[in-house]
Structures are given as C-alpha cells and as structure tokens.
Design a protein around this ligand. Sequence first.
Ligand SMILES: NCCCC[C@H](NC(=O)[C@@H](N)CCCCN)C(=O)O
Length: 480
Amino acid sequence: MTEQIQRKLSESKTARWAVLALVAFTMLCGYFITDMMAPLQDLLQTPVDGGGLGWTANEYGKFTSAYGWFNVFFLMLIFGGMILDKMGVRFTGVMATSIMLVGVFIKWFGVSHDFGGETVSIFGTEWGYPLLVASLGYALFGVGVEIAGITVSKIIVKWFKGKEMALAMGLEMACARIGTGLAIGITPLLSRAFGNSISMPIFIGLILLCIGLISFIVFVVMDKRRDVEDAAAATGEEEAEEPFRFGDILDIITLKGFWYMALLCVLFYSAVFPFLKYAPNLMINKFGIDPEWSGVIPALLPFGNILLTPFFGNLYDRKGKGATIMIIGSVMLIFIHCMFSIPMLNNWIVALCLIILLGIAFSLVPSAMWPSVPKIIPENKLGTAYALIFWVQNWGLMGVPYMIGIVLDKYCITGMVDGKPTYNYMIPMMIFTCFGILALFISLLLKREDRIKGYGLELPNIQKDADIVLAEEMIGEGQR
Ligand SMILES: NCCCC[C@H](NC(=O)[C@@H](N)CCCCN)C(=O)O
C-alpha cells in the first residue's frame, strides 16, 4: 500500500508540478537578488552626503560584473557542473542556495557597514570598501545562482523527461522572470519606503532567499522519497547513469554545434541582461522618467516573458523551427537596440513599445535555445554541457556591464545634476546592437550546421520525445 502511494509520487502529475513550483520558487528568489541593484543605480551614484554610496557608473559596472568573477576566472561554474554530475541534484542544490545566502549576506554587509571612507588599491585601481565587499558578496552569490540554474535544469530533466519537459523549462524561466520583474519594479519602491535605503531591499532579498532555501529543502525531501521508492521498485533492468569523465568536456568542446550554441547564448544574453542593468538609468536619462518609476517600463520585459516563454516553448514542442526562432529573435534584437540608440526617439511610448518587443525577442530565443541543447549534446553529458555554455555566457554577463560602465563614464557624460552625471546612451545602445548583429550571424551558422549534421533543431520536440520514449521501450523490451 505504502509502495503504491510512493509510486504515485514518482508518477503523479501533481508531484512533478509541485517539484517544479518548489525549485522554480528558489530560482525566483535568486533572480530577484541578481537584478535588484539595477533600479538603485541612481541612488548608488548619489553622493554619500545625499544618502547614496557615491559610486561612479564605472564602479557600478565593476559591481555588476562581479557576478561572473568567480564563475569565469576560478572556473566555479564548471566545477559546479562536475559536482552536480557526481553528487546529484539534492546536494548541489542545497550547496548552491547556501552559497547564494552567504553571498547576499556579504553584499548586504558591504553596503550597510560604515567603513569610514577607507579605500584599497587592487591592480592599480582604488576600491572603496563598500564597493569591494559588496562585489565579493555578489561574486559569491553569482556562483550559487548559476550552479542552482544548472541544477534546476537537471531536476526538470529528471522529473519531466518523456513528459512536459520543454513546457516545464519555459515555466521555470517564467518564474525566474517574475523574480527579475519584481526586482526591477519594486526595489525602488522598497528603497523609498525605507527612506531611500540601499541596504533594506537587500535585507528583504536575504529573507526571501531563506524561504527559497526552505522551498528547496522541501523538494529534497520529495526527491529523496522518490529515489527510495524508485530503488525499491527497481527491477535491475534500468540503465545506471554514466559517471562523469573528464573526457566528456573534450567530447563537448570539439562539437561545432556546441560552440554555435554557446556563442549565440553569450551574444544574445549579453544584449539583454546587461542592458537590463542599465535600463532604469536609460529611462531616466533618455526618456526623462522619474527615478522612482524608472524600473516600471523595463520591468515589463520580464513580465512579458512570463507568458511568452512557456507559450513559445510549447510552440517549439509542437511545430519545431528552433533554429529559425533563434534567427527571428536576433533580427528583432538588432532592430530594438538600434531604435534605442537613436537620440531623437525619446518619447516614453517608444521605450514602452521597444521593451515589449524586446520581451517577445527574449522569449523567443531562450524558449528555443535551452531545449535545443539536448538535440546537440548526448544526455549523459548534458549537465557538463549546460555548465560550459553558462561559463561562456558568464564572460559576457561579467564583461559587458563593466565595459558599458567605462564607456558611459568616458564618452557619454552630458552634464551634472544634483552631483550626479547625466548620460547620452547612444554608444552603449550601439554596442548592444552589434551583439545582435553577431548573434544573427551565429544563428545563421547554427541553422546551416543543423542542416549538415541533422540535429533536428527545426523538428518538433514532441515528435522527438515520442521517438525517444519508443526507443527506450524497445530497448526495455529487448532486455526483457
Ligand atoms: N532551464 C534553463 C535555464 C537557463 C535560463 C537562463 N539562465 C541563464 O542563462 C543564467 N546563466 C544567467 C542568469 C542571469 C540572471 N540575471 C535564463 O534565461 O534566465
């Protein structure tokens, strides 16, 4: 009887959607904290006697780029992928969420503690202690949230394989976007509610992430129960999962298709996530929006993704055309950033329309990109492959905000208001347009490679999933 109930857990629709809800909530908390500083850029750049931290745009760029420091230079993300393949989703997920918590705590300490204006010189540049400590905390947090990201992908594969996998991935991304949308939309309001505080919104993020950890621990209990039950019900016919081999990395990086995917990922995401970090400031400087409401229009992007990512994922599942979807997304990206770069298009309605379009483009590409990876990479190497793609992508997530910060301070200052510089965003937006052009080029190469190698990127996923299930059944039959 107990066994029956437990088997119901492993096969139950309610259980797997509950699992998705639990881990997606953890990711929502992670994305909330990832993006919560963007709407505070104006406040961070406010002089210390005005209640800010007196950072320059360059310093804000340094802080933002810290997200990728440990992932990129210390290869933390790749180690995370290996740990995931070796230790499993439960251990890695709890580890990643705990790392996030420690990281946010350090970041909160950095911006809330009075260091008495002390600075330190690193590689010839002066760093104020709040900036350095907050950046180190954010760098650690970046390790946690990225490893959590690959872990959750593997959890979705484990619980949804042969079922609604692409839809589940789309929904998980949708939840992550809720986190981003809330971060951009409500952080300025939270800050204002606590007297223009920078530290209180971070503290609230910390509390939220504690709930995210509890949510993940509930998943751990369910997943463990499922494994115990699966082990008890095992007939001995199941294939044991292949252990991680270092050779796997070589197998992956020698595939042209992998590189097209990784490059497309870094180019496309570099034109969106780093853009979002500056979008509230762009709204203030170009479209004359009040700082308190500067996050509202950019917040529409992630909120648009919430509906559209699962929608396009479902479309890809049924109709295919994955490579074409990525091409269309890249073309849209070029158009949108090009329009943003034109100085005379400075009415807020233009900003609104362009952000809505960006929301569509940023739903199209991820909904086709992530479910396409398993078509190029064999399943037993997927964890490592996702980690490698994330690693390449992190170069962009780290380098681009840093570069934009430097460009803003060097070439784009148009004046000073209340002790803060005002900016012309034309050059940064042209840089983002160039990423779109390169992304288009790579997506065309990917489509060509798909034609040559027959990865099936243009084929519906459901058809492919059905084939896989059929093939697995046939193998099972044969073994019996
Ligand atoms: N199941 C798909 C997971 C990929 C989602 C993807 N996340 C990333 O690319 C992260 N490496 C970067 C997250 C940066 C957060 N501001 C996504 O589309 O969010």
